[in-house]
Design a protein around this ligand. Sequence first.
Ligand SMILES: CC(C)(COP(=O)(O)OP(=O)(O)OC[C@H]1O[C@@H](n2cnc3c(N)ncnc32)[C@H](O)[C@@H]1OP(=O)(O)O)[C@@H](O)C(=O)NCCC(=O)NCCS
Length: 336
Amino acid sequence: MYQTKIAGLGKYVPENVVTNDDLSKLMDTNDEWITERTGIKERRHIKKGDGNTTATMGVKAAKVAIERSGISKDDIDLIVFATLSPDYYFPGCGVQVQEMLEIDTCPALDVRNQCSGFIYAVSVADQFIKTGMYNNVLVIGSENHSGGLDFTDRGRSVSVIFGDGAGAAVLTRSDHNGQGILSTHLHSEGKHALELSLKGPSTNYWVTEIIADNPQGEDIPYYPYMNGQFVFKNAIQRFSEVINEGLKENGLEVSDIDMLIPHQANLRISQFVQQKFKLADDQVYNNIQKYGNTTAASIPIALTEAWEEGKIKEGDIVVLAAFGSGFTWGSAIIKW
Ligand SMILES: CC(C)(COP(=O)(O)OP(=O)(O)OC[C@H]1O[C@@H](n2cnc3c(N)ncnc32)[C@H](O)[C@@H]1OP(=O)(O)O)[C@@H](O)C(=O)NCCC(=O)NCCS
């Protein structure tokens, strides 16, 4: 069995900064409510005409990650693209990236696991590298949330949380045994699928039917629905479980964690997990204050920033953990 390491990281966020005060001009909300409930101060939104889409942002992040990895784009054996907001219903963003990066005919697949998408994608990449099938896998998480949120009072409990952006990682075969991804742990619980969901447009909810069934625009299934408190309760439980599962698998203690990078769902969720594990502030990386919840992009953006800021050093134990729609959750334990 081979081992996988992260050879390069990159991120891209749109230039357009949207503050809590900006949102309060569109809907009945305010900086105090958003800050207190979520920790978010601002997020980035794609601006019409700025050329950004889920796929193009993913490409921008990928180019940085590839450059830093030292490999050529032509050495990429597989692209795994995680998103809940693809440019098209089909095909997925993975093939768009392959075309935009001008990589000949490497396989490309999309992962649809929402906030856990990046960890699922890393796990998929890890399996291919471990078994020796591929040497280099490009993993991307990218989201265009702002194009599909309800920025009226009706959607305020959801739309203030989410932001746009992309992160990417090049995963390669590790030369040193014991360095790299030690293990990944994935879970899902489909019975809660609709507690955090976007029902349509889909094969169940075509646009024409939605309009016919909702002439007054009530109960619109083409905006995301979130049972916030239920999601919150499940998130704090599953984050803790899946971090413990990863530590146990590798014979590690909480005190071995050098850096925890939680999916940036909500600062209160991250703080709860930090307190539960009694981790110091410099052992947990948060940047939700600047970007909001960018779903599949949140971990690779945070990981990239933590690495750029010199907060991750060779030999560190880095723990990635996520929870989100599905419900899905997962963790990855990495020796840097
Ligand atoms: C969404 C969340 C912040 C809402 O916080 P909450 O404390 O549960 O708030 P509630 O939904 O109970 O709403 C409380 C009040 O604030 C109001 N409210 C909702 N959104 C608001 C907003 N953006 N601005 C101002 N008021 C708002 C509600 O209408 C409600 O008013 P009422 O008491 O008069 O009915 C919280 O549930 C949460 O963080 N959940 C987890 C979400 C998450 O992490 N999702 C991503 C998972 S990957």
